[in-house]
Design a protein around this ligand. Structure first.
Ligand code: NAD
Length: 263
């Protein structure tokens, strides 16, 4: 299927590796004009170069930390100057650290909200005026299966993503008349360095190896495996497509069938 988005300007944040990169690769494969960011400008430029070679579409990399509002402002200025106003935005940021209610210090809450919730609010506020003028836009936020089923050891992530989900659902209604769709993509378990980090955390607690934990994650999934970033990126590319114009305000799980709830 031709997704009808070749030439569209796309910004994917926190995308030097993992799920963000999976989304950037699929959008570049659709011949979008893609900008990516992550904290380290050397790493992100290298990642952009690798995606460009792999897809045959030039991708630009910019250093920006999603926990810092000033970096987000500068990133948008750089992208506007290099490519123009983003028409497709995929918001992502590294997840907050694992922890429970007992182990989490008060100052960690605000940091998590800045990283996971306010970065998306800030990015979306920046790109929507131009999307409204064009009467077309696609906003996709990477959240988590935890918004349907909180994960015991990820208190901060559960909290911040729930807030983001409420924000997205509210603005989806407000922006629909302007031709802008707003959806969340919910990863289940995908093989990325975030999952390696969480597997190490569980391994330390349960006195197992990280490989055993990953194997347990695979066996517990109805598909007998965990996803990879390209499974995830393909769903993002579809939500960004012309054909997805009537899908908004949704939370789409990409989890191999792991979530057992009805809705
Ligand atoms: P990852 O660690 O593989 O990649 C994270 C990317 O974000 C990297 O490019 C990193 O450089 C960048 N990054 C991290 N902190 C940043 C910051 N402050 N500013 C800018 N860039 C930053 O992680 P991932 O698995 O791709 O996860 C992406 C998001 O999805 C995270 O929020 C994670 O918690 C969430 N998630 C992932 C899974 C999974 O199975 N991988 C499941 C549920 C939720």
């Amino acid at each position: 299927m031709n997704l009808g988005i070749n030439g569209k300007i796309a910004l994917v944040t926190a995308a030097s590796r993992g799920l963000g990169r999976g989304c950037a690769e699929q959008l570049a494969a659709e011949e979008c004009r893609v900008a990516i960011c992550s904290r380290d400008s050397t790493t992100v430029k290298q990642a952009a170069e690798e995606i460009s070679v792999k897809t045959g579409t030039e991708v630009l990399g910019f250093g920006a930390d999603m926990s810092k509002a000033e970096d987000i402002g500068r990133l948008l200025e750089d992208v506007r100057q290099a490519l123009g106003e983003p028409e497709i935005l995929v918001t992502n940021a590294g997840g907050p650290p694992p922890g429970t209610f007992a182990s989490t210090a008060l100052e960690e809450y605000e940091k998590a909200l800045n990283l996971t919730l306010m970065s998306a609010v800030n990015l979306i506020r920046s790109v929507t005026p131009a999307m409204k003028t064009k009467g077309w836009g696609r906003i996709i936020a990477i959240t988590s299966i935890s918004v349907k089923q909180p994960i015991d050891t990820l208190l901060l992530s559960n909290m911040a993503r729930a807030g983001l989900t409420g924000f997205l659902k509210t603005i989806a209604t407000e922006l629909a008349p302007d031709g802008i769709t707003v959806n969340a993509l919910l990863p289940g378990t995908h093989k990325t360095s975030r999952i390696d980090q969480l597997a190490q955390h569980r391994a330390d607690q349960e006195n197992k190896s990280p490989e055993e934990i990953i194997q347990e994650m695979m066996s517990a999934n109805p598909s007998n495996t965990i996803g990879d970033p390209s499974d995830f990126g393909a769903a993002a590319a579809f939500l960004a497509s012309v054909q997805a114009r009537y899908i908004t305000g949704q939370n789409l799980l990409v989890d191999g069938g792991n979530y057992r709830g009805l809705i």
